[in-house]
Structure formats: structure tokens, C-alpha cells
Design a protein around this ligand. Structure first.
Ligand code: NAI
Length: 330
């Protein structure tokens, strides 16, 4: 099969080349957009990442060029117009799960780095400033962690923090019975979770119900100085309202791996550009905010799994078989 992979970052080249060695693979660093879709001419399949544009006009152009398959190198698929793809007869498949541990471990890394002010401490020592003033953290042991969403990733976070001796609260309409058997975790409503938690961490999908669940009114219910961590989706959080709460100290620290407006910012080097996004610019001024650029998934194991499952989906199609990871129109 001839495959064009868009948004193929250097960090994944070797994994994709190895997994797709039986195919003719073209790796392109640029994003899939209306302007770049023409580069897939002659391909049977297009492989895309979360920042690629798979809207109606792009899919229509793909169809016109003879592309029949769309392989998502991600679990999320809100960047794809599935109903249009189905109408056009373009098959779409995703990588439903790659490494919940990678995201859970990055979540805990953000918590620990913020709590123990590791970035500040490191910068200070590099400056030959060995003073400890301003670096006081807190024991994780005994603290209450509120986990919103206790699926694969939230469950791993719960197990890790249980090992730290934390008390665990969960908010999720679906009770994870398996998790309850492994760790002491109490399911509560979201207001109670906000009210009682020293750290709140988000592990649920973005939906109309969950959009901006962290907003001025939920923040008002939180303990003063709460730590908030978001490694799920940017729009779970109303970032402007979080900034206001950081200014008053109502939110004590904020770790984010995802950002609502990340599409034009994350995954790329903008070090030569003038930053146009005033919200991220304000966030960068806070000492108690730690931002990573959607890298929670970025482990060798996760990259290998993403490449292998993408290859599996494409191999199914090459053999005229359906893939169990196919997505149907919405
Ligand atoms: P999952 O499907 O295993 O678990 C999600 C949980 O959220 C489920 O238990 C579900 O019942 C719960 N949930 C759904 N709607 C809810 C609501 N309105 N309120 C409370 N709970 C709700 O998903 P998984 O694999 O644990 O992923 C969680 C999120 O992590 C994904 O939705 C995605 O946004 C994010 N993610 C982030 C990555 C990163 O690199 N930063 C990589 C992969 C996923």
C-alpha cells in the first residue's frame, strides 16, 4: 500500500518506518490541511496525528485523489468528520489504547515537579544559587487527591498515588469496580471532589458535558491553594478563569500538558516567532504553572505501540479485512 503520513515528527520516524516497512511510506512533517492534502496524491492511505485537519473539504479532496483509508495515529478522533468519511467510503481506524502508564506517569511527574518546585530549584542551582527559600513543598503522603475520570489512565494514576499513601476520591458516572478492589478509593460527586481535594487531576474525555468543567464556580468550591493537573484535553478547563484563580491564590499551582488552543502552538518550534497567544503568554509568567506540550504519551513504548497498531490497521485493509479499530460515522 502507498501511505502518506502527515505531521510525522522526527521522534516517530524510526517507529513508523520499522512498523510499515512492507509498505511504500512517505513521511511529511507538515500538517494535513486543504493546502497540503494534494501531497497525498497517488496514495491509498493517509496516516494522521491529532493536529491534522480531517474536515469535510479535506476528506472530499482525498476521495477525489483516490485515497481510501485514513489511519489515525491517536486514540482521539474529534479532528475527523466521521460521517463525511463514511459517506465518501473512506475507512477510518484509530489506535484505541497505547500506553495509559505513559500518561499516568507524566501526570504524577507534573504533580511532583510542581509540589517540590523542581524547575525553579534546577534553574537556581545552575545560577549557583543554593538557597532553599521559596522551595518549600508538602508531603504527598496523607493528602487527598481527586481523580476525575477513573478509566485506564485515571485508574493508573490512582494506583500510583495509592502507593504514595494518598487518600483517593473519584468522580466518574461509571464506577470502576476493578480499581475499587485494588485501591481504597471513594466515589463522590464533583462538588465534593472539588471541596475535599488537595490535588485535582483530570482523566476524562472532552464532551459537551465536560467542557469547561473547571470554571469559576467549580474553582470556588475548591480548597484554597489546590493543585490542578490537566493531561486530558485543554477545553476541560476554562483557562482564563484558571488564570484569575492563580492570581488570587485560590489555585495554588497548575500543571498542564494540554491546552484548548494548542493546535497552532504545540508540537512545533516557535522559538523564532512572536507569541500571539496572550493566554499562554500570561500562563508562562507564573512560577507555579508547569506547561508541557502534549508530551504525556511520549515514551518509547507508546510510540512503538502507536506505530504497530497503525500498521496493523493498514495491514487489515491491505488484506481486504476490516480492522477491529475502525470508527463508524457519527
Ligand atoms: P477511558 O475511556 O479509559 O476513561 C475515561 C473515563 O472518564 C471513563 O471511566 C468514563 O466513564 C469517564 N467519564 C466520561 N465522561 C465523564 C464525565 N463527564 N465526568 C466524569 N467522568 C467521565 O480513557 P483514558 O484512556 O483513561 O483517557 C482519558 C483521557 O486522557 C482521554 O479522554 C484523553 O483526553 C486523554 N489523553 C491524553 C493524552 C496525552 O498525551 N496528554 C494521551 C491519551 C489520552
Amino acid at each position: 500500500m502507498k501511505i502518506t503520513a502527515f505531521s510525522a515528527h522526527k521522534f516517530e520516524h524510526s517507529y513508523l518506518q520499522e512498523a510499515l516497512s512492507g509498505h511504500v511510506l512517505k513521511l511529511l512533517e507538515m500538517r494535513l490541511t486543504m493546502d497540503t492534502v494534494g501531497l497525498a496524491a497517488g496514495s491509498d492511505a493517509v496516516a494522521v496525528f491529532v493536529t491534522d485537519n480531517c474536515s469535510r473539504p479535506v476528506l472530499e479532496k482525498m476521495k477525489e485523489m483516490g485515497v481510501r483509508f485514513l489511519a489515525l495515529r491517536s486514540a482521539g478522533f474529534n479532528h475527523v468528520d466521521l460521517s463525511v468519511a463514511e459517506k465518501l467510503g473512506i475507512k477510518v481506524a484509530r489506535v484505541p489504547e497505547y500506553s495509559p502508564a505513559a500518561i499516568a506517569e507524566h501526570t504524577v511527574a507534573l504533580m511532583l515537579a510542581l509540589n517540590r518546585k523542581l524547575v525553579k530549584a534546577h534553574n537556581r542551582v545552575r545560577d549557583l544559587n543554593f538557597s532553599l527559600d521559596g522551595l518549600v513543598g508538602f508531603d504527598m503522603e496523607g493528602k487527598t487527591i481527586g481523580i476525575a475520570g477513573t478509566g485506564k489512565i485515571g485508574g493508573k494514576v490512582a494506583k500510583t498515588l495509592s502507593g504514595f499513601g494518598c487518600s483517593l476520591l473519584a468522580y466518574d458516572p461509571y464506577i470502576n469496580e476493578g480499581l475499587k478492589e485494588e485501591v481504597a478509593i471513594t466515589y463522590v460527586d464533583f462538588k465534593t471532589l472539588c471541596n475535599k481535594s488537595d490535588i485535582i487531576t483530570l482523566h476524562l474525555p472532552l464532551s459537551p458535558e465536560s467542557k469547561y468543567m473547571i470554571n469559576v464556580s467549580s474553582i470556588d468550591h475548591m480548597k484554597k491553594g489546590v493543585m490542578l493537573i490537566n493531561t486530558s484535553r485543554g477545553a476541560l478547563v476554562n483557562t482564563k478563569e484558571v488564570i484569575e484563580a492563580l492570581k488570587t491564590g485560590q489555585i495554588g499551582s497548575f500543571g498542564m500538558d494540554v491546552y484548548e488552543e494548542e493546535e497552532d502552538l504545540f508540537f512545533e518550534d516557535h522559538s523564532e516567532d512572536i507569541l500571539q497567544d496572550d493566554v499562554i503568554a500570561r500562563l508562562l509568567t507564573f512560577q507555579n504553572v508547569l506547561i508541557t506540550s502534549h508530551q504525556a504519551f511520549l515514551t518509547k513504548e507508546a510510540l512503538a505501540k502507536i506505530a504497530n497498531i497503525t500498521a496493523y490497521n493498514l495491514n487489515c485493509w491491505t488484506n481486504n479485512e476490516p480492522s477491529p479499530n475502525e470508527l463508524k460515522g457519527g
